[in-house]
Design a protein around this ligand. Structure first.
Ligand code: ATP
Length: 606
């Protein structure tokens, strides 16, 4: 059996330390000035702390040695102190005060950097998404985008926070150790070397942590997909009484995520804690070394021990943040990979102006979703401005696919899509969007007012909204609602019937004054009143714009000048209804049966 194909957005996470820093740069690289400011403040903070620790150790030693009131004399390398204890304590107090003041920028700068990184990641990802082709967007599993934009982005942002902590902790460690070196070079060097060796020893555990985080990220996306599906299928779940089965399925996702969360969090805690404990062992070894030295006085021993303990503590914090950073990488990678997948598949953009659409056609167009399995083959036609075209064919024949190609949601696999007898991809997208409109089979409303649903993110005046609503025969309904055009509707708003939702979608399509209107069976699931109102609306629009209608009812074809018959992905006939009755066997049989059926539905014939 051949191995399963990788998922389209399988993550390739390298766990080498160098790739960690590469991605760190990716994350906070554009925040260099703020990071530099933070680093500068950290240096001041750490220096204050190191001098503070050395000072109070000296004062403590002087008190223990009962040299109370005498000057403290301390001479080592560049450090040359000869002052009474209270002066040193005053200096220590001033340093503690400075450190207190520095805590504001030391807390606010990392928070600002990570908040900006979070917003930046989310905007970059969504920008890539909205400019990606429908082909790539439609391949996403339900809930994937929401999950990536929310929880995964939050966890990736944790990486930015860890990165800033890593910078400040590393500087703190370095400076504390520099002071320790000045006081006792041998002991400090020993601690530093051993700390680095221990850090290296723990590398496999960090890699394991990154692996566990990667698994956690993947299971969170699967869990989100399951929840999104459950939410969408809530109605059916009630009807079929399968709530408990659905709960069992989601519980499975929750349990897998829980296990991975546990394993990932455990390593996140364990590795730094192990490091910290190992460092304490090393400190004991260092104390042996200090014990062998005879040159040190009590004050400098106290200072170096205090600095080394502080260094060990900071080393532990470096290890903890580094571990956290490693475990954020899978989330950062998921965001980057998802964004790249979208931006590598942008909608194609032409440069020519498109003022109007006087003709529109396909030239030998074929299309396949999966290689070797054509869904449309050799489709050729031309439609003139103002024509109303019906599209019929059995289920699975390729009608919706044809509509997606017509809307330029998917490019033809082979062949050409011609507008005004020029290749469509040569024209500017914005011009095209202005000239084309679509009413899907299932209306999709925003949770917003009726007026905003008709506007659909476009700048459209109130008068235009009302004009479109009148054309779509929904205006009279809206005026009976208590808040009129300001009534809030939504995908699950009970106040708006399916037929009304469909007519709101028709108004949305007409509000932008399109030249081409594409409808994917607008009346298939409507009440008779809505069906006749939509039919009336479309009849009034006839010859004012070019219209394509996928038809499942014979009555939908009444307004059509010509009808396309699609069978097994081929355009087998394209003619007037009268002519098709003569020449096309499928159309003749289907229309005869539909004319005699009470619902007027075209039958599934082949
Ligand atoms: P219906 O009337 O039932 O809506 P249709 O004529 O609109 O059917 P299409 O939806 O265009 O037919 O589907 C044509 C063929 O393409 C079918 O075999 C279908 O399984 C396949 N197909 C549709 N969408 C996809 C997709 N996203 N990926 C893979 N195959 C697809």
């Amino acid at each position: 059996m051949s191995p399963p194909a990788p998922a389209p957005h399988t993550l390739q996470v390298e766990s080498s330390e160098s790739s960690t820093f590469k991605r760190l740069d990716l994350l906070i690289g554009d925040k260099r000035p703020v990071v530099a400011l933070l680093a500068g403040i950290s240096v001041v903070n750490a220096t204050c702390e190191a001098i503070f620790l050395a000072s109070i150790a000296q004062v403590a030693a002087s008190l223990v040695g009962r040299h109370h009131g005498k000057n403290i004399g301390f001479h080592r390398g560049p450090i040359n102190i000869d002052s009474p204890p209270h002066t040193i304590l005053l200096v220590a107090g001033a340093l503690a005060l400075i450190r207190l003041l520095l805590q504001w920028p030391l807390s606010s700068l990392p928070a600002r950097i990570s908040a900006d990184v979070q917003a930046g990641l989310r905007k970059r990802l969504f920008r890539a998404y909205v400019h990606a082709s429908w082909e790539i967007q439609s391949r996403d599993r339900e809930g994937t985008l929401q999950e990536t934009m929310s929880s995964q982005a939050t966890q990736a942002t944790g990486g930015a926070l860890q990165a800033t902590t890593l910078i400040t902790a590393s500087l703190n460690f370095l400076i504390v150790m520099v002071f320790a070196v000045l006081l006792n070079p041998l002991a400090a060097a020993l601690v530093m070397v051993l700390a680095i060796v221990t850090f290296m020893i723990l590398k496999p555990m960090r890699a394991l942590g990154a692996k566990r985080a990667r698994e956690l990220s993947a299971s969170q996306v699967r869990y989100a997909g399951g929840v999104a599906e459950a939410n969408r299928a809530a109605e059916e779940t009630h009807v079929f009484g399968v709530g408990d089965a659905q709960l069992a399925r989601i519980s499975e996702f929750i349990d897998v995520t829980r296990d991975r969360f546990y394993r990932s969090s455990m390593l996140l805690k364990l590795v730094p804690n192990v490091y910290q404990s190992m460092i304490y062992l090393l400190l004991v070894a260092t104390m042996f070394v200090i014990d062998q030295q005879t040159t040190s006085n009590g004050g400098s021993i106290g200072a170096v021990v205090l600095l080394l303990v502080r260094g060990a503590q900071t080393g532990g914090s470096i290890q903890a943040t580094y571990q956290g950073l490693q475990q954020s990488l899978p989330f950062i990678d998921r965001l980057e990979n998802t964004g790249k997948r979208y931006s590598d598949n942008k909608v194609r953009e032409g440069g020519s102006e498109l003022v109007t659409i006087s003709s529109l056609g396909f030239e030998n167009v074929s299309f396949e979703y999966n290689p070797g399995r054509p869904v449309l083959e050799g489709v050729t036609f031309e439609v003139a401005e103002g024509e109303a075209i019906g599209i019929v064919g059995p289920s699975g024949a390729g009608k919706s696919t044809l509509v997606q190609l017509l809307l330029q949601l998917r490019p033809p696999g082979t062949g050409r899509y011609l507008v005004n007898r020029e290749p469509l991809e040569d024209f500017r997208r914005d011009d095209w969007y202005r000239l084309i409109a679509y009413v899907p089979q299932e209306p999709r409303l925003l949770h917003a007012t009726v007026a905003d649903n008709i506007r659909f993110y476009r700048e459209i005046s109130e008068e235009e909204v009302e004009r479109a609503a009148k054309l779509a025969r929904i205006h009279d309904d809206i005026t009976t609602w208590s808040s009129g055009y300001q009534t809030v509707v939504g995908p699950r708003a009970d106040a708006v019937s399916g037929g009304q939702q469909q007519r709101i979608c028709l108004a949305r399509a007409l509000a932008g004054h399109p030249r081409v209107l594409v409808l994917d069976e607008p009346t298939s699931a409507l009440d008779p009143n809505s069906e006749s109102l939509i039919q009336e609306s479309l009849t009034s629009l006839r010859s004012e714009l070019t219209m394509f209608t996928v038809a499942h009812r014979i009555s939908t074809l009444d307004i059509c000048d010509r009808v396309m018959v699609i069978l097994d992905g081929r355009l087998v006939a394209f003619d007037t209804r009268a002519q098709l009755k003569q020449s096309n066997d499928y159309y003749r049989r289907a229309s005869t049966i539909a004319a005699g059926a009470p619902d007027g539905l075209l039958p599934e014939l082949r």
